[in-house]
Design a protein around this ligand. Structure first.
Ligand code: PLP
Ligand code: COI
Length: 338
């Protein structure tokens, strides 16, 4: 293992000791296996390559001051992968296998969990896909589940600092009755052009309205949205956004901190009433939004006048991180300690 500059890590892939895998054939899952090879060999007609039968997850492990490793909300990620599997006709993993696989891959790569002081974490990336060679559009008969890990720093440059976002009306990420609620690759393919264009124009990320009416807030690229006003944490209810586990946790923490919590459709006009706003997710943690531009209507929604994260976003961020790193008690039982 080479010398890693932990505090300079970005959000990228790094080779580690290995990955865990499990294969599905003839109607059942096999045993978990440890692999040091980063590559997989598959047939050129594999279903995932042509028809996108693929789902993934993203979660993190943190090293505390006490040197213990804590994995955040493992059970929630297991449930969401089950839901994604249902959503695109893939077999679910046997009960308990997700947890066992995550624990094994983290244990075997324990030296890649960044030190406490760095503020970095070990990103855990499970992926499950169909790979039967076939050209008919049908669910595959063979599947592969892999989990690899990589030490990562902040998703957005600068970590916990405000960033500008831009509303896109040109592209939809997912349809109201589509696959937006599942963590499947196709949603991300659908987002790439919007993301590239937003990036080129100097924004951190694109921002989606609902695909049907373009009236309500959906999400911020690969993260959920929340706004804060009148001591209330408001976050969208929509059939086309990913149910974020970070957002679910923040709703609970907001309540613990004495905020009211509302999960409901948020019309675009309401954006002008928020005192603070942010994007949230495993990779993004909380990424406070400085301003959201609506270029089609020559409008800007400003969520930070001095360019700094607002007081509630800061409190929520600190509370979440404190639980993840073990600085504060895990009163909701969110953490699995290795
Ligand atoms: N929305 C999308 C589209 C995402 O890709 C992610 C990242 O996983 C999120 C929201 C945030 O979800 P979570 O907090 O579970 O990571
Ligand atoms: C995550 O937050 O875990 C994500 O998956 C976001 C992105 C890297 C796809």
């Amino acid at each position: 293992m080479e010398n890693i500059n932990w505090s300079e890590l970005g959000f990228g892939y790094m080779k580690t000791n290995g990955n865990v895998r499990c294969e599905y054939h003839d109607g059942s899952w096999g045993k978990l296996e440890w692999h040091t090879d980063e590559y997989i060999q598959m047939h050129m007609a594999a279903t995932c390559l042509h028809y996108g039968q693929e789902a993934f997850e993203g979660l993190k492990a943190f090293r505390g001051k006490d040197n213990k490793i804590r994995i955040f909300r493992l059970d929630e990620n297991a449930k969401r992968l089950d839901s994604s599997c249902d959503g695109i006709c893939m077999p679910k993993l046997p009960e308990g296998m997700f947890k066992e696989a995550v624990i094994e891959v983290v244990k075997k790569n324990v030296e890649f969990v960044p030190p406490y002081e760095s503020g970095a974490a070990l990103y855990i990336r499970p992926v499950l896909f169909g790979y039967t060679p076939q050209i008919g559009v049908n669910p595959a008969k063979d599947y592969l589940f892999i989990i690899f890990v990589s030490p990562v720093g902040p998703y957005f440059k600068g970590g916990f600092s405000t960033n500008p976002y831009v509303i896109t009306r040109k592209y939809d990420r997912s349809a109201p009755l589509g696959t937006g609620i599942y963590k499947v690759g196709g949603n991300y393919a659908a987002s790439l052009r919007a993301h590239e264009e937003a990036h080129k124009a100097g924004y951190s990320s694109e921002f989606y309205l609902d695909a049907k009416e373009k009236r309500y807030i959906d999400e911020c690229g690969a993260a959920n949205f929340f706004g804060i006003k009148d001591n209330t944490y408001v976050t969208p209810k929509s059939t086309s956004i990913l149910p974020s586990i970070t957002n679910k946790s923040l709703m609970q923490l907001a309540e613990d901190l004495g905020l009211k919590v509302e999960r409901r459709p948020i019309p675009e006009e309401e954006l002008s009433t928020f005192e603070e706003a942010g994007a949230c997710g495993t990779a993004a943690v909380i990424s406070p939004i400085s301003r959201l531009d609506d270029l089609d209507n020559n409008k800007s929604y400003i969520f930070s006048k001095d360019g700094k994260p607002g007081p509630w976003s800061t409190k929520l961020y600190q509370k979440l991180r404190a639980i993840q790193y073990g600085d504060e008690p895990d009163t909701h039982n969110w953490v699995t300690i290795l």
